[in-house]
Write a protein that binds this ligand. Structure first.
Ligand SMILES: Cc1cc2nc3c(=O)[nH]c(=O)nc-3n(C[C@H](O)[C@H](O)[C@H](O)COP(=O)(O)OP(=O)(O)OC[C@H]3O[C@@H](n4cnc5c(N)ncnc54)[C@H](O)[C@@H]3O)c2cc1C
Length: 452
């Protein structure tokens, strides 16, 4: 049996290590950071992630689903805080389906515990600084500056958006590599619990304050707080560049997020002390070299966070790899090419979906025409169940390939435009003539998606 080396004990590297151990591989992980479970990293700050169907599947395979479900908070919809002071709840699915807010730190710690219980060796404070791709050797640098070189048998790069393995793979002949930043960054802020320890806003929702070219979101934590993230342009007005001083921050928040300000006692401290981080998309191909090394998770496909799918996509990589191990046994010369072939179109599609969802979340959810479209989509999903499913449901509540969801989105853009040109949907829907037109349009839509 081959020995496996994984770079990175983050979310994806940890899940991958468990799945490989379950199939009998010896696994060593080299992780740049100190052990999260003992080091005081990010103490006091709670960062969360939205987990959906694809993520749950990999956790189930790893054997951690039940435990994480206990600490996950269901969010069956968006709670919109509109500019005019009104608010509205929009359900994500037609049957009450939810995405789940999960603490990133707790999830990572539990995954590392389970990996070690399964016999995975995790070596902390070991940063990979160089990879010789043809020789399959890695160079590691410890905290004290000492270095070592290791010859790997089978190597996975689960070392995130700035992966060392990916950097060195990108130097290989006939390797395509692309990266781009969007012109917004993000800053984390906080809505703490009230004096009695209770949530200050609706607990079971993903809160959004859409403000056209920027937005703030808030996800609930188990301690009664919300982690808020302000996605904001780097430059222009308003932007991180233009809102800097305490006076500017207070004036801006009071004007734009008046309902949130009284709930944010540490706003000034958070805003001035927390960093502004950038948002990158990366694409590379191929993901693997011979039967020797392969990228997975963000290392293969870093995406912007607006569909809440980065970790979910990385976890789906793990489930797909597990299926290929089931199918091809230990034939890695087949598994790695099959893996990248099946995942690459889906990784590209979710990258696009995530970029498009930024526009939807920050801009369109406040647009009456878009809200009308969402209502029609929901009605179509009920009337034409099985023929019409919303793209959000496909992405978040199913295992439908992302590439199919992307194609379906284009077909739905066409369909909804046609339907909305026929007059007011909800006034006409019970008339025979409208129903006939609708049947025809739905048949044309079904034919389009059948081609995907
Ligand atoms: C603001 C924000 C919000 C997000 N929200 C969501 C969400 O709601 N839902 C969702 O599904 N996804 C979300 N994501 C995306 C998600 O965080 C990533 O997709 C996910 O963390 C990827 O996991 P990973 O294990 O591939 O990489 P990472 O989590 O980045 O882990 C990589 C690991 O490798 C280690 N490492 C890095 N370099 C080296 C090296 N040279 N040598 C050794 N070790 C190394 C790192 O220390 C780290 O432990 C969000 C991302 C951001 C930025």
């Amino acid at each position: 049996m081959r020995k496996v080396t994984i770079l990175g004990a983050g979310l994806v590297g940890s899940v991958l290590s468990i799945l490989l151990r379950k199939r009998g591989y010896e696994v060593d992980i080299y992780e740049r950071r100190a052990d999260l479970r003992t080091a005081a990293i990010g103490a006091g700050r709670s960062i969360n992630l939205a987990m959906s169907t694809r993520g749950w599947k990999a956790l189930e395979l790893a054997g951690l689903r039940a435990e994480i479900e206990k600490i996950a908070i269901p969010m069956p919809g968006r709670f919109l805080h509109q500019e005019d002071g009104t608010s509205a709840f929009q359900a994500y699915g037609k049957n009450g389906e939810a995405i789940y807010s999960v603490s990133r730190g707790e999830l990572n710690k539990k995954l590392m515990d389970l990996a070690e219980q399964n016999g995975v060796r995790i070596h902390f404070n070991q940063a990979c600084t160089k990879v010789d791709i043809p020789q399959n050797t890695i160079e590691l640098k410890a905290e004290d500056g000492s270095t070592q070189s290791i010859k790997c048998d089978l190597l996975f790069g689960a070392d995130g958006a700035f992966s060392a393995l990916r950097t060195h793979m990108s130097y290989q002949d006939r390797t395509d590599f692309q990266q781009f930043y969007i012109n917004s960054g993000y800053k984390e802020l906080c809505i703490p619990p009230d004096a009695a320890g209770n949530f200050q806003m609706e607990k079971n929702a993903l809160h959004i304050w859409p403000r056209h070219n920027y937005m703030m979101i808030g996800l609930p934590n188990n301690d009664g707080s919300f982690t808020c993230t302000l996605f904001f342009p780097f430059e222009g007005s308003p932007s991180f560049d233009s809102v800097k001083t305490k006076e500017e921050v207070m004036a801006f928040f009071k004007e734009q997020f008046p309902d949130a300000v009284p709930l944010m006692p540490t706003l000034l401290e958070d805003y001035t002390q927390n960093p502004v981080s950038s948002l990158i998309t990366t694409k590379i191909y191929p993901w693997s070299h011979k039967d020797q090394s392969c990228l997975i998770g963000d290392a293969a496909h870093a995406i912007v966070p607006f569909y809440g799918q980065g970790m979910n996509a990385g976890f789906e990589d793990c489930s797909v790899l597990d299926e290929l191990m089931e199918q091809y046994g230990t034939d890695w010369a087949t598994i790695l090419p099959e893996f990248q072939k099946s995942r690459k179109p889906n990784a590209d599609a979710v990258a696009e979906l995530a970029l498009k969802n930024f526009i939807e979340m920050r801009d369109k959810v406040a647009d009456p025409k878009f809200l009308e479209r969402k209502k029609i989509e929901k009605d179509l999903g009920v009337r034409y169940a099985g023929v019409f499913n919303s793209v959000y449901e496909m992405v978040s509540f199913s295992h439908t390939p992302y590439a199919y969801a992307m194609g379906a989105m284009e077909a739905q853009d066409w369909l909804l435009q046609e339907i909305m040109q026929q007059g007011d949907y909800f006034s006409n829907i019970e008339t025979a003539a409208f129903k006939t037109t609708l049947d025809e349009l739905l048949a044309a839509y079904a034919a389009r998606v059948k081609e995907l």
